[in-house]
Design a protein. Structure first.
Length: 382
């Protein structure tokens, strides 16, 4: 381990210690100036990193310009897509003030922080290009700082909330920072800076946001950086292979369209906002008809009066979704049609009254093993 390694590790330790101090002490007393505190710290880190590693200007301007254009194109498609979905799911308003002064007050501190963070990222990465482990460690620390700045940890407690934290916040933030470090390593400070600003401040500029499920937002937060990485890596590969560094058929191709369509369909079905919803099976109560790890498609337009004994339905009970077969159908004491259900592998009925209020929908078909990775991960965490 040489002196440059030691300098890089010390800088990362200082950043990590500040993150801990910010979360345990500063946030409790200075939450109203959180961006100012972190921006000041990042400015100090930029200055120290400059003294330790110097500043090496990125000179590959052609490919830098083209990837910057790519970032604009992909993020534009992303926003058109999610706001287009919002036509069906509805929109929700944010709590920010949308006057010129309000937008400036809300976004200025964040923009300063982002600019400092990306300059620090570039200085650190360009000064340690041959030390991949330091670049990975920097990406992890940058993710921790971002999470500390944006999340409230007061409600974290228990396996479920930890799982939600990982899936909804940590994984998207890490995917984003992996992309930023990749762009910084190959193209300098401009493309990651532009991407980070676009994805961070649009909520301060646009007064409404599509009413999307948290898990859908998280999934998109992972897929968008990955999509930009795929396209950018092709352009960078062309540049270093000495082929034309312009947009051509290798940047966007038929496979991308097919994969994008498949992902879009999965997002639509998993979101639960539309008539059909895809649900994973986490138990063996319906074996052998439906096995643990399978996924089922639920038609949510069905009503209790349309169902018959033998149909498999999904219904809500105690914040859980149960997927069992109808074994009886009758009118209850209140004059409302209700059904009772039973798992094919169970010995007794569920002894519940499922009405339209509890019904999610009717199972239309099963996709074997599709949900197995999610079930496996949930069991490991639980």
């Amino acid at each position: 381990m040489n002196q440059r390694d030691i300098r890089g590790i010390i800088l990362l330790i200082v950043m990590t210690l500040f993150t801990i101090i910010y979360r345990t002490i500063l946030i409790n007393h200075f939450s109203h100036i959180s961006y100012a505190l972190i921006s000041a710290f990042m400015i100090l880190m930029v200055f120290i990193a400059f003294l330790l590693f110097g500043y090496k200007k990125c000179k590959i301007n052609n490919i830098k310009r083209n990837v910057t254009i790519l970032v604009f194109i992909v993020t534009t498609i992303y926003f058109i897509g999610i706001y287009g979905i919002g036509i069906l799911t509805g929109y929700k308003t944010t709590n920010f003030e949308y006057s010129i002064k309000g937008v400036f007050d809300s976004s200025f501190g964040l923009i300063v922080y982002i600019a400092c963070a990306e300059f620090l990222r570039y200085i650190f990465i360009s000064g340690n290009r041959d030390k991949k482990y330091l670049i990975v460690l920097f990406t992890i620390v940058a993710t921790l700082i971002e999470i500390n700045l944006t999340l409230d940890f007061s409600n974290i407690g228990g396996i479920v909330s930890i799982f939600n934290l990982i899936t909804k916040a940590i994984l998207p933030a890490f995917a984003k920072n992996l992309l930023l470090s990749y762009l910084s390593y190959n193209l300098g400070v401009v493309p990651p800076l532009i991407y980070n600003i676009i994805m961070s401040i649009y909520m301060f500029v646009i007064p409404v946001f599509p009413n999307l499920n948290d898990y859908v937002v998280s999934l998109l937060g992972i897929l968008l950086p990955y999509a930009i990485y795929i396209f950018a890596s092709r352009m960078i590969g062309e540049y270093y292979d000495k082929t034309t560094p312009e947009f051509n058929h290798r940047v966007f191709n038929v496979v991308d369209i097919v994969i994008g369509f498949i992902v879009l369909v999965l997002v639509i079905f998993i979101s639960g906002y539309f008539r059909f919803q895809l649900i994973g099976i986490a138990s063996g109560s319906m074996y052998p008809s439906i096995k643990k790890g399978d996924a089922v498609m639920v038609d949510k337009k069905q009503k209790i009066e349309d169902l018959k004994v033998g149909d498999i339905i999904a219904y809500r009970k105690d914040d859980r979704i149960i997927i069992h077969r109808i074994v009886s159908k009758e009118m209850n004491q209140d004059g409302i049609i209700a059904v009772d259900t039973k798992g094919d592998a169970n010995n007794t009925n569920d002894n519940v009254e499922v009405t339209d209020n509890e019904l999610v929908g009717k199972i239309t078909f099963t996709i074997p093993y599709l949900a197995w990775p999610t079930v496996w991960l949930t069991e490991r965490i639980g």
